[in-house]
Design a protein around this ligand. Structure first.
Ligand code: ATP
Ligand code: MG
Length: 449
């Protein structure tokens, strides 16, 4: 367990956080908890972001009220979570997370699992479970505000805002690290990364999105343990990857993944293709560089598109090798793509529908590049057409031979824009009905009228 230091309390007039920066629902929730005699803090990323003058993504609240007490206080409360018991408050336009202060456990721990008054007669759920490697599986012991701060991942994520006096409380070195732009794990990096390898990805995400530096001891241990990332839950890794690529700093994130060895643990497929080849790495970085500024714009690329930008070149290259052995092009692409998904999903569970979209973006490339164009209106009405064209444009930045095709398609859709999806759906229904009618007609036994 991490040892607590004397907390630093920064009074209202000495910090920049104002209630105007907060969601009104969060402010009301904090006040209601406080007026009922509970401690009520804003915690985590929102305090970090408000101190930096950024707009927080979400507002998390921590309190000494137990889940049952929170439920009794808020009618819009739902208790959720198996690993963590926490409360969700449902408002019209947002969901707030309210969590009872928790702490990390030591193996000999026998303290209250927090649910005792509510589950006296039932067999107790384990309150803390780690596997043989020290990875946390269940972590549900209630604790003090300090303990709650020190079980968090990085010092900059362990700051709290206290509604009682509007002060900011720093239980570690969060404020100093925030000023210096440092991502520093709380406690022993070996222990904290082993407990939860996803923290390594979070370190990369915060460093990339906040333009911060990962502090030396944290970085060295991260590089040391990078291969253990593959032990984390594939669904959680997918969630993290999604955040990592869509936050508008995928290029620096990709560089950190590569330098640390995390990329090899997450995506061995890509690591093999890169094969320490700097030119290939630079090529992918240039691609990501051109996508990052599109964040928040109407042209914001989807995750499937990011994955296409990143994995497309390796998949296309291996498919071409296979095609050269005599296998038809689309079959070679199918086979290579299936190999890619199988291998990747062992570590990062990319949902099937994202995979299908990625496959479609790559699959349309041959038709888009073909000259002269065949049945352009049919191609332009495919649901993945615009993304496929954007992908062709991306490829044409490094392969000028594709530019003419990309321009041709751009002018084609300007002159005859693809129909909207409602129109397409209507057409599909009509053609299905026509097909059904034809089948019905054919099935009629001979000799009948
Ligand atoms: P974002 O801006 O992406 O929401 P965040 O820091 O708020 O960043 P969340 O995933 O919302 O990230 O988590 C909220 C808080 O919970 C974090 O700030 C951190 O204190 C704590 N936390 C989240 N994940 C972990 C983890 N794996 N280990 C320890 N603490 C964590
Ligand atoms: Mg958050």
């Amino acid at each position: 367990m991490v040892k607590a230091m004397e907390p630093l309390v920064i009074p209202r007039k000495e910090h920049r956080i104002s209630r105007k920066q907060m969601s009104p629902n969060a402010v009301r929730t904090l006040y209601r908890l406080h007026s009922n005699g509970f401690i009520a803090y804003l915690v985590g990323g929102c305090v970090r972001d408000m101190l930096l003058g950024r707009k927080p993504k979400d507002f998390d609240i921590a309190t000494d009220a137990r889940p049952g007490q929170i439920k009794r206080l808020f009618r819009n409360c739902r208790l959720i979570g198996r690993r963590f018991r926490l409360a969700h408050l449902h408002f019209q336009d947002e969901i707030l997370e309210v969590c009872t202060f928790r702490r990390s456990a030591v193996p000999s721990d026998t303290r209250d699992d927090g649910d005792a008054p509510e589950t006296d007669q039932k067999p107790r759920r384990p309150w803390h479970l780690t596997n043989e490697d020290g990875m946390i599986l269940v972590d549900n012991i209630f604790g003090t505000p300090e303990e709650d701060a020190l079980r968090r991942d990085f010092t900059i994520n362990a700051l709290a805002y206290n509604i009682a006096d509007f002060s900011v409380i720093d239980f570690s070195t969060g404020l100093q690290d925030l000023q210096q732009g440092l991502i520093r794990l709380i406690g022993d990096p070996q222990v904290r990364f082993t407990e939860d390898p996803v923290r390594m990805l979070r370190a990369v995400r915060f460093a990339a999105s906040h333009k911060f530096v990962i502090e030396t001891a944290t970085w060295e241990k991260l590089c040391d343990l990078s291969s253990t990332i593959s032990r984390a839950n594939p669904a959680r890794l997918y969630e993290e990857i999604q955040k990592l690529f869509l936050l508008g700093s995928s290029r620096p994130a990709f560089s950190l993944l590569r330098q640390s060895g995390l990329l090899a643990g997450l995506f061995p497929w890509l690591d093999r293709w890169l094969d320490n080849n700097l030119a290939r790495a630079t090529f992918l970085e240039t691609r990501l560089d051109s996508l990052d500024p599109l964040r928040g714009s109407p042209d914001q690329p989807s995750l499937a598109f990011f994955l296409a930008a990143l994995f497309g070149p390796s998949i296309e290259e291996l498919a071409l090798d296979l095609h050269r052995t005599g296998i038809p092009h689309h079959q070679a692409l199918d086979q290579t793509f299936a190999d890619f998904m199988k291998e990747t999903c062992e570590t990062v569970s990319v949902p099937g529908k994202i995979g299908i979209r990625l496959r479609a973006i790559l699959g349309l490339q041959a038709s888009l590049k073909r000259m002269p164009k065949r049945r352009p209106a049919v191609i332009a009405n495919r649901p993945e057409f615009l993304e496929a064209l954007a992908y062709l444009r991306l490829s044409s930045e490094t392969h000028s031979e594709y530019r003419a095709s990309a321009d041709w398609w751009s002018s084609f859709i300007t002159n005859s824009p693809p129909r909207d999806s409602e129109e397409q759906a209507e057409e599909q229904t009509a053609s299905k009905t026509r097909r059904k009618r034809r089948r019905k007609y054919r099935r009629r036994p001979k000799g009948t009228a």
